[in-house]
Structures are given as structure tokens and as C-alpha cells.
Design a protein around this ligand. Sequence first.
Ligand code: PMP
Length: 430
Amino acid sequence: ELRGERTRRDAAMGGASERYYAEPPRIERGWGALLIETRGRAYLDMVNNVTAIGHSHPRLADSVARQLNLLNTNSRFLYGLYADFTSRLLEHSPDPALDVVIPVSSGSEANDLALRLAQVATGRKMIVAAREGYHGWTMASDAVSTSAFDNPHAADSRPDWVDIVSAPNEYRGRFRGEGAAERYVAELRERLAELAAAGRAPAAFISEPVLGNAGGVIPPAGYLAGAYAAIREAGGVAIADEVQVGYGRLGSHFWGSELAGAVPDIITVAKAAGNAFPLGAVITKREIVDALREEGMFFSSSGGAPASMAAGLAVLDVIRDEGLQENARVVGEHLIEKLRRLGERHPMLGEVHGSGLYLGVELVRDRATLEPATEATREVCERLLAHGVIMQATSERQNVLKVKPPMTLTIAQADVFVAALDRVMSEVES
Ligand code: PMP
């Protein structure tokens, strides 16, 4: 039956279909942090950073169904929900100057639009991006991505309007320890000056405020504020890709840039925004959006359509009413402590990165050399599935367990995961 489903999917998608696992479970329904297989077996979903409020949340389902029954149409019409959603999202704006929202349908689109806005507003083309970032699959968002999902020929085919700078990865990057933030910022400043001298002054700097695709690595304190100051002094704007990290998952803060104490000029969101309903958005400043007028107005047929706005509102309401950011903080702290304790018994556990329910467990062959335990990480993910836990590897080296469960995760579920990981690491180490 499973084989039949895989054949049907491969036939529909051709060779480009990507999915978790060689033998993935066939999921029939979801509930909270659980995914339930056709035959009734429940899996604990520890990886799904899209369904932030949990799978099949009834408030989301009811809200979207009600709206679909009433009206769902081209976003050029006038209906109240558009302003309802955008103003609710702006309640989370990190700065009064960021007071406009443009809804789109995905994270890739949000980043494409952010890059275009930066280029139009500055009259420049060049974009500077930090390594180890993933920003999407569309032409522009892919051009500034360097993560494992990257097209293998990207380095050869990267367009001349993109410049890649070091990832501020303090665990295994160029600069570590004391003064790392200042050295990363100094290196960025130097590069910005070189670009300006070569007549390629940048329109923008884009990064994930916490390095999601590197495995939840938090850049050294002061880095992001320094990088944003540097790009502004160079005449460009700062773009924060909050598609993965934003929306409260960090527990302590709603935004990754907020955790870093930095305020960007453009924020992009998606994933959690619609809880797997297609919804993304760009939050930015009025003067940046107004620059688009000269190029013609912005329009997306379904970006901001009524049912998407109903989904977006329901998600924000559930995060607030169920205290999910606070839950991410409490359960995240518990998980970090338990995972670090596992590290005392399992030498392969190199480091626990991240905050809240945005964590990465980095597995290494040797804690001194940090040699990535790529094969063991794949093995751990496969074996966790047998224990009923869904887990995936991330980072360029595919050696980090991506711990980004629904924000509804309970302490008891966190303990189930840690116990399964403990057993599985012992099996893989033996
Ligand atoms: N930015 C980041 C940081 C992401 O993690 C992703 C999705 N993995 C995207 C952008 C692209 O979003 P989407 O898949 O919705 O196009």
C-alpha cells in the first residue's frame, strides 16, 4: 500500500520529489504534535516548523472553512479581512517604523518580494547574503541561498548581483569565542567597502537572524546589530528572513532579530503564518513599499485572499490565546537541559544550539575536531522513526538534528523524544 502511494506521488512529481525517509509513513491525519498513520500508529512530530499551532487545529479549520463557504477570491477586491490580518500582524512589529504588510503565499515569494523592494527602493541591484542560509526556491531567493538544498551548481551559476559572506556560526565558523561578533562585522564592512569601490554598492543584506538551516545556531551577541549598521552605512537595507525562526518559536522573543537586539528594515514570514495553509508576508517601512509605485503596483492573485487572511488571523489568535510562545519557552528550556545532560553520556552529541522550540542537536565524530557525524545522524533519524519519533537532519553537513516541533509540545512529549534519542544514540554508538 505504501509502495503504491509512493509510486503515485513519484509519477505525479517526476524526479524532483523530496520527502523525509527512504520508507516514510503514510500519514492520514494530525492532532497537536502527533501525526497518525493510515493503520493508526501515532508518531511524535519533532521536526515540523510549519504547523506551529499543532496539526489540524480546530480553530484554524473552522475559521478557514467558514471563510471558504462565504467568500474566497482574487485579492484585488475590497474585504475587511485583509486589513484585519495585516493590523493583527503589525501588533508584533518590532518597531513603529515597520508599519506595512504585504501578504503573499509562501516564504520564497516573501523573500523574492523583499529583495525586489530593496532593489527598487535603493536603485541598486547587488545583494549580500550570509552563508548557510536557505531563503527559498524561486530564482531570486535561490540565488541568495547556500544551504544543503541548494542547487549543486549554484556556486558556478550564482548571478553577479549576489555576494556571499561568512555565516556567523560561532560553533564551526571562521571566527569563534571572544571578539567573534566584531570580527564577523569587520569582515562584512570590508567586503561592503570593496563592493562599493568596484561600483557594486549593495541594495541589501539578507540573513536568517538565527541560522536555521545551519541547525539553529545563534550568531554571537552583537553580530546582527553590527551587520545591520554596516549595511545601512553602505546605503543598503537590512532584510531579516524570519520564515523559520519568527512567530514566537524562540520562546523568549517573537522574532529572531529581536533576540539579537537588532531591528531590520524588512521582515519576511511564512511557514507558521498559515500553519501549512499557503501564507507568507513582507513587513516593512512605508517609504520602501512606496518606491514600488514607480515600477507599477504590487499584485498577487491569491496572496492575501480572504481564506488565507482567515487562516493567518486564526494562527495569531491561537498563539496568543493558548500562550504558545510561553509554552515554547518553558518546554524549550526543559528540552535544552535534558539534551545537554544526554551529552554527558553520549560523546557524539557535540552541541545543543538554539532557543525555545527552535533547536539543533549537532552530532560529531570527535568533539575536538568537530568532524560531522553525517552518517550517524541519518541513522539516528531512521531509528527514531522506528521509535515513533519523526526527526530530520539539517545543515550543510547534514549532521544536526532539527528539533522544531509544533509549539504545542508538552513536557511529557519532550521527555518521550529525549528517551527515544537516548536509546537510539546508544544503539548507533555501539
Ligand atoms: N526562508 C527560510 C528560512 C526557510 O526555512 C524556508 C523554507 N524552508 C523558506 C525561506 C522558503 O519558504 P517556502 O518553502 O514557503 O517557499
